[in-house]
Structures are given as structure tokens and as C-alpha cells.
Ligand binder design. Structure first.
Ligand code: ATP
Ligand code: MN
Length: 156
């Protein structure tokens, strides 16, 4: 059984991971921890890159994107390793894209059986029932999805 666990770098990542690991043990599943670098954050760089006459020093080429990906991979790996996961097969993947659609595409293309995702992430607004990434995915993905409810009393 292939289980996809999309994570951002928010506080909730640890409890989502713990839950996913326990469930994977029971289901004899393999986990993939997946992070998407939001390409829309490159906008400011792209703006300066589109006007090289104004900003001759600034470049965000393929190579810089690759560097950013590698750096994110290193940090993501560090975070996952700090959770001290035992007795379970897992791997780690990082991509660049628009998180909500990239996660759907990735899950579909790689034929995952289940997605485990948090109800909230980095923004973590108290009065919002679901974050926008998980909300979109829950409406658009065609494979089973388990939304791990982040405990509001513990949220900051
Ligand atoms: P919003 O992003 O709408 O401001 P939020 O950050 O609280 O609100 P979401 O972004 O929907 O809520 O996060 C819910 C869950 O979606 C996270 O706990 C995580 O599992 C997953 N997720 C969010 N962003 C990413 C990302 N960039 N890459 C991988 N997984 C993500
Ligand atoms: Mn978010």
C-alpha cells in the first residue's frame, strides 16, 4: 500500500507524521513524505528577471531553481529525520509547482492508494475549517484522502 503524506514546514508536520507512521505500520504501507516549493513565490524574482536592464545582477535560472530544490530537500530531510521514524519504509520527495495541483498530479501519476494530509498548515487560522491547499485537494483528488485534524486548542 502506497501512502502519500504531503507536508509543509509547519508545526503540525510532526503530529501528522506520527499518525501516518502508526497507520502505515498497521496497514503494512510505504510512506512518501512530499513537499512542494510554491513556484508563485518566485514571482518577485521573475519580475526582476523579466527586466534585466533594471536588474542586471539578478538571475533566477534553471540552476538557481535546482539549488533551491536541493536546499529544500536537505531541510525537508532534516525535519523528517528529527521525527525519528522507526520500522517503516519511507522516502522523501520535493518538487517545484503550485502545491494544491502538484500534489493531486503527483498522487495520481504515481498511483498512491491513500493521501494523509493535515487540516491546517503554515497559515493555521483558528476560524478556518480547512486550509486552502487541503480544501482544494479534498475536492479534486480521485483517490482516498484522510484529513488529519489539527487540534485547535494546541494551535498557535
Ligand atoms: P493556507 O495555506 O490556505 O493559508 P494553511 O497553511 O493553514 O492555510 P494548508 O496549506 O491547506 O493550510 O495546509 C494543510 C496541509 O496541506 C498541511 O498540513 C500539509 O499536510 C499540506 N500542505 C500544505 N502546503 C503544502 C506544500 N507546499 N507541500 C506539501 N504539502 C503541503
Ligand atoms: Mn498553507
Amino acid at each position: 500500500m502506497k501512502i502519500l503524506v504531503p507536508l509543509d514546514f509547519s508545526k503540525s508536520a510532526e503530529s501528522i507524521t506520527k499518525y501516518a507512521v502508526d497507520l502505515a505500520r498497521k496497514l503494512n504501507g510505504d510512506l512518501t513524505f512530499y513537499h512542494v516549493i510554491d513556484e508563485r513565490n518566485f514571482f518577485t524574482y521573475n519580475t526582476v528577471y523579466t527586466f534585466p536592464e533594471y536588474y542586471p545582477e539578478v538571475k533566477l535560472d534553471e540552476e538557481s531553481q535546482q539549488q533551491m530544490k536541493e536546499s529544500a530537500e536537505t531541510e525537508f530531510k532534516k525535519m523528517i529525520e528529527s521525527f525519528e521514524i522507526k520500522d517503516i519504509n519511507y522516502n522523501i520527495e520535493v518538487d517545484i509547482g503550485i502545491p494544491y495541483s502538484q500534489i493531486c498530479d503527483y498522487a495520481k501519476e504515481n498511483k498512491y492508494d491513500l493521501v494523509i494530509i493535515g487540516s491546517h498548515g503554515k497559515t493555521n487560522l483558528k476560524d478556518i475549517f480547512l486550509g486552502s491547499v487541503v480544501d482544494y485537494i479534498s475536492h479534486h483528488i480521485d483517490i482516498p484522502i484522510l484529513i488529519y485534524k489539527i487540534d485547535i486548542s494546541k494551535r498557535k
